[in-house]
Design a protein around this ligand. Structure first.
Ligand code: IDP
Ligand code: MG
Length: 167
């Protein structure tokens, strides 16, 4: 069954020039990329993305990490992978959350580290299940940024909309 999953290359992955390596690893899955962009991560977006972590002692460091403050890279690469069993295939390639426990040939095992402050810098995010994927994809992408229809949409009429266009 075709499903979709959100993948983020986190700021450490971008700073370490791992984009190519990570995309190559993910291409082993033969899944299709149906959305991709480089995104700034506001504190609001970070907190919404990690809302299930807000009671953790490392929450503040986690927000700083995903916002790029630990790496002077204020961006992530966000993608939606789509295809047969996409969530499990990407999670398997990503490896365990703790990069020291992750299989050494997994993305996190190969490229992740734990900082002396205890932050798991694990270079990639991947949705855990279908429910989380839906919430995250809707958070990071609007329907017109995704080339397939993943979820129901509606058309709304916006008055006095201001939009930046090329001058
Ligand atoms: P996941 O990214 O494998 O789905 P989650 O439990 O959703 O793992 O945690 C989100 C992120 O929070 C992780 O990717 C990692 O960066 C960070 N994190 C999770 N657990 C810990 C921890 O025990 N110490 C430090 N950072 C953690
Ligand atoms: Mg998670």
């Amino acid at each position: 069954m075709n499903v979709q999953t959100l993948v983020l290359i986190k700021p450490d992955g971008l700073k370490k020039s791992l984009t190519g390596n990570i995309l190559t690893r993910l291409s082993e899955t033969k899944l299709e990329i149906v959305a991709a962009k480089i995104s700034r991560v506001s504190r609001q977006l970070a907190e919404a993305h990690y809302m299930h972590m807000k009671d953790k002692p490392f929450f503040e460091d986690l927000i700083k990490y995903i916002c790029g403050e630990l790496h002077q890279r204020h961006k992530v690469m966000a993608m939606v992978y789509w295809g047969e069993d996409a969530i499990n295939k990407v999670r398997a390639l990503a490896g365990a959350t703790n990069p020291e426990e992750a299989d050494s040939v997994s993305i996190r095992g190969a490229y992740g580290r734990i900082t002396t402050k205890g932050v798991y810098e694990n270079v990639i995010h991947a949705s855990r299940d279908r429910e989380e994927a839906e919430r995250e994809i809707k958070l990071w992408f609007s329907p017109d940024e995704v080339i397939v229809d993943l979820y129901p949409t509606k058309t709304v009429e916006l008055k006095q909309l201001q939009k930046k266009v090329w001058a």
